[in-house]
Design a protein around this ligand. Sequence first.
Ligand code: IPE
Ligand code: IPE
Ligand code: MG
Length: 232
Amino acid sequence: MRSIPHHVGVVMDGNGRWATRRGLPRTEGHGAGEKALVDTAYGALALGVRALTVYAFSTENWRRPVDEVRYLMNFNRGLLERRQHELHTEGVRITFSGRRDWRVPRGVLSRMDEAAELTRHNKVMTLNIAFNYGGRAEIVDAVKRLIEEGVSATKVDEKAIRERLYHPELPDPDLVVRTSGEFRTSNFLLWEMAYSELVFTDVLWPDFRREDLYAAIAQYQQRERRFGGVDS
Ligand code: IPE
Ligand code: IPE
Ligand code: MG
C-alpha cells in the first residue's frame, strides 16, 4: 500500500479496435468502455487515490465521422445520467476539463453542469473528465486569461500560468496510464504531465479493470522520481 499516487491520469484508448475485433461497429466499443471507467473509478477509490483524470474526448476527436462524434456526445451525457448518483453516494466530486465551445451540444453541457453541481462538496475523490480537452488549448486559454487580466510580462511565471489552468486545485498527476499499446500523449495534460510517471499497457480500454489500474500503480511504485535532482 506504499506510495499510492495522489492523482492518476488515464488515456482511455482502444475502444474502436476492441469493437472491430469483435465485428462490431466502433461505437459499441465506446459503450463497452463505461464498465471499464466505473470499475477503474471504484478501484481508485478503494486505494485512496485522490484524483482521477480520464480523457474522454479530445479537441482533435472532432475529426472523426459525424456519426461517431454524435454517438460520443450522447454517450457521455447518458453516462453522467446513469452514474452521477452512485458516484455522488461514494463521495466523488465530478469535474470537467476542456473547452465549452459551440460544438458541444447544450444538452451535454447542462448535464455536465448538473453533475458538477450535485457533487461539488464531495471530498473523497475527484473524478475529472477531460472532455473537449486539449493540452495545448488549455495553455492557450491560460495565456488568454493572463492577457485579459492585464498581467504584465514581468509577472508571468510558471505559477501564474498554472493558476490559470482548468483545475489548479488538483496536483499534477503522479501517474499517467495509456491503454491500447499506443506510446503517445495525444495532447493530454501537457503542462501537468511534465514529471508524471508513464505506464503503457496493451489492454484495450473496454477490457481495462481495477486490477489493471493496480498493476499500473505497482509499476509506478518501482519508479524512482527525481524531478531533475539527484537520488537522496
Ligand atoms: C478511445 O478509443 C476513445 C476516444 C478517443 C473517444 P478510440 O475510439 O480512439 O479507439 P481506437 O484507438 O480507434 O481503437
Ligand atoms: C486520445 O485518443 C483521446 C482520448 C482517449 C479521448 P485518440 O485515439 O484520439 O489518439 P490518437 O489519435 O490515436 O493519437
Ligand atoms: Mg484511439
